[in-house]
Design a protein around this ligand. Structure first.
Ligand SMILES: [Zn+2]
Length: 419
């Protein structure tokens, strides 16, 4: 009887092994940081049919067709950048809406470990279908959108048009394209009315309680952000450019006391989300350093990538994340703010983690040691000894970027448009 049992057990285990021998990719020996699953340890990750198949201490390399040598590297969920401008096009003077200030996502994402971007209001309810056809449908990067409360989107001067801010139409389109639209955006309004914010929040309610991202406007004198946080936004709504320090906007750190204003802490308790949205001039160390010192970490780190930020102090997602490391935020918190937190903020909790069964979006990062200068647009520079670099990116189980050829056998990532 005992012999039969042993035989049965070994048969079961043999079947299991045969079944498990078909991993497509095994990431071997990397330090996995997966905040959702509380993993901060050297682990192996196996990928099969585009999904995470196993996360374990030691997975046999014989079980996989390709092995990525991740020794000495960090393995994280694919990064999520929730403030980006990707509605690129050729219309003269249309700026970020089908214009020349926006960028195609794939050129800037995978080399930074980013697998998901959220376009922050470049399109509105009138123009979203064009954005979807031109960008979302043609990108390998997963692209979502906050649609602008302005029907046209971020078409320069059009953003001041109160008559084109329609909660109902915005919500209708958001419901129709639920798979792609994750919320609404308010940006750049210079008037003194609260209507743009209130209408966006109303759209958020009508569309089934999805968030609003606010790039607060340029009213002179500036509208009070305490009122914005406490009276107009809902818990879960997002204040982007949270470390900006512009004359036209109230900022979160009191320059006299060098402390985060008390009501900002209250707003955080209330559930207001603080997002970096670095951009061209929307991040200043004079705000971020005192805040980080006090333990006021951003909920999410994002780039505000566009032609006006791509080559200046911002550069890319990993440079932005490296600045937070340099200011004293620990690596685990930096990764959390670039994976799990943004996924929760946009209500896509299936993303931003490495749970078994989820789509395999993975970033493999190197923390380079050396001498680095990390400066902001004001010219203030931090000397840093560490900088994040992307070694390899996997999107939906496919290697889409490999800096040094660390996969065996080597396969050259090619986009569908390669020729
Ligand atoms: Zn922006």
């Amino acid at each position: 009887m005992k012999k039969i049992l042993v035989l049965m057990l070994s048969l079961i285990s043999l079947c299991y092994q045969v079944e498990a021998q078909s991993y497509n990719i095994l990431i071997k020996g990397g330090h996995v940081i997966d905040p959702k699953n509380n993993i901060d340890d050297v682990m192996d990750i196996a990928i099969k049919d585009g999904k995470i198949a196993q996360v374990a201490k030691n997975i046999d390399i014989k079980q996989a067709a390709q092995v990525v040598n991740a020794k000495g590297l960090y393995v994280t969920p694919g990064l999520i950048d929730i403030h980006s401008h990707n509605f690129y096009g050729t219309k003269p003077d249309h700026q970020y809406e089908n214009g020349n200030l926006a960028l195609p996502p794939d050129g800037f994402t995978f080399r930074n470990g980013v697998t998901t971007v959220v376009d922050a209001g470049s399109s509105g309810w009138r123009t979203f279908p064009a954005f979807k056809a031109q960008t979302i449908d043609l990108s390998q990067t997963r692209v979502f959108a906050f649609i602008n409360i302005v029907g046209e989107g971020m078409r320069g001067g059009y953003e001041q048009n109160l008559n084109d801010m329609d909660s109902k139409m915005s919500a209708l389109i958001a419901r129709k394209y639920k798979k792609y639209i994750v919320g609404f955006k308010v940006a750049h309004y210079e008037g003194h009315e609260w209507a743009p914010v209130d209408r966006a929040v109303e759209a958020g309610r009508l569309a089934g309680d999805i968030p609003v991202m606010v790039d607060f406007g340029g009213s002179t004198p500036p509208l009070p952000i305490e009122e914005l946080f406490m009276k107009h936004l809902r818990p879960g709504d997002i204040f982007t450019h949270c470390f900006g320090q512009l004359k036209s906007r109230e900022y979160i750190v009191d320059l006299q006391t060098q402390k985060v204003k008390p009501f900002v802490w209250e707003a955080r308790k209330r559930g207001i989300i603080f997002d970096v949205g670095y951009g061209g001039i929307s991040f200043a160390y004079s705000q971020a350093i005192p805040a980080i010192k006090e333990g006021f970490f951003p909920n999410s780190i994002s780039t505000d990538m566009h032609t006006g930020s791509m080559n200046d102090s911002m550069k890319d997602m990993l440079t932005t994340m490296s600045k937070f490391l340099a200011m004293g935020m620990d690596l685990k918190s930096v990764i959390r703010a670039s994976t799990l937190n943004p996924a929760i903020e946009i209500k896509h909790e299936e993303l931003g983690n490495l749970s078994v069964g989820t789509e395999a979006d993975v970033a493999i990062l190197n923390v380079r040691e050396g001498k680095f200068g990390l400066f902001d647009y004001t010219g203030y520079k931090l000397e840093a000894s560490k900088k994040l670099e992307c070694e390899l990116t996997i999107r939906a189980g496919k290697i889409v970027y490999d800096l040094n050829g660390i996969v065996e056998p080597l396969e050259i990532p090619r986009s569908s448009a390669s020729r």
